[in-house]
Design a protein around this ligand. Structure first.
Ligand code: G1P
Length: 265
């Protein structure tokens, strides 16, 4: 089964990017020559998605719609239909993904956090699909984390040895910190979900930070034996912080213009 729909949560308030995000929604912050959100839509299109459901806050809704649809499709995005959905209250990442439920229906779907951009040539969605038994088991993208990152990422509970970068998972914990971390394998913003996660999200109480956490729903998939992890070859870029935005701009700019762009700089 090919996965034809992607959910792209982009409704965060961008507090780590103030003052840039006082007016400009964080999804529309420019990285080299296009807004951050466009990289995620392009990646979903490369993986074969025909529909990108972008979850935005009230302020960003019409701007995102205009960006993608004004005057026809953007070059390279003719084959994907971008459909903004407004999350009216900032109740958490899990709540944001749940807002797409009525449009996703009973299809498996990719989920891409727009703060994270894959490095050129290191797409991971095809590997998630390959590990999903034809879209019937959820697969999350993982990276090995340093100590300091264990309080900034969701961390998974392994249930098997790693075989060819794929392992079974028994659950996940949101931002556990070093002392409580069940492993060093972290959730890095790319997921393939079966529609069962939408039913879990629908009933999920608030968790870490008082927000409805996607990681708590992932944990339930793991407890039910319905979750795998794929360990990615490369870090994703993180444009959710000023330092990360600078690194992403350098990485993507070098790729676009060649390393000589910094000659004599
Ligand atoms: C979110 C998720 C977290 C994940 C991270 C990846 O956290 O809640 O599980 O590891 O994205 O970037 P946030 O960065 O929104 O705090």
């Amino acid at each position: 089964m090919s996965i034809d729909v992607a959910v792209i949560p982009a409704a965060g308030r961008g507090t780590r990017m103030r003052p840039a995000t006082r007016v400009v929604p964080k999804a529309l912050i420019t990285v080299v020559d296009r807004p951050a959100i466009q990289y995620a839509v392009e990646e979903a299109a490369r993986a074969g998605a025909k529909e990108a459901i972008v979850i935005v806050d009230l302020d960003a809704g019409h701007l995102v719609a205009q960006h993608f649809n004004l005057g026809g499709a953007l070059p390279g995005l003719e084959g994907i239909h971008v459909r903004p959905v407004v999350q009216e209250e900032p109740l958490g990442l899990g709540h944001a993904v749940g807002e797409a439920a009525h449009m996703v229906g009973d299809r498996p779907f990719y989920c891409l956090l727009s703060d994270n951009i894959v490095r050129p040539g290191f797409d991971v969605l095809p590997q998630l699909a390959a590990g999903s038994d034809d879209g019937t088991v959820s697969v999350v993208c993982l990276r090995r984390l340093h100590d300091a990152m264990l309080s900034r990422y969701g961390v998974v509970i392994p249930a098997s040895d790693v075989e060819q970068d794929l392992l079974d998972l028994a659950g996940a914990v949101e931002k556990p910190g070093v002392a409580e971390a069940p492993s060093r394998l972290g959730l890095v913003g790319r997921y393939l979900f079966t529609p069962e996660i939408l039913a879990i999200l629908d009933k999920l109480p608030p968790g870490f930070g008082g927000e409805i956490q996607l990681t708590d729903a992932i944990n339930q998939l793991g407890q039910a034996g319905r979750l795998r992890g794929h360990i990615a070859d490369e870090d994703l870029l993180d444009v959710g912080t000023p330092e990360g935005l600078l690194q992403a701009s350098v990485c993507l700019g070098r790729h676009r213009f060649g390393p000589q762009v910094f000659d004599g700089f």
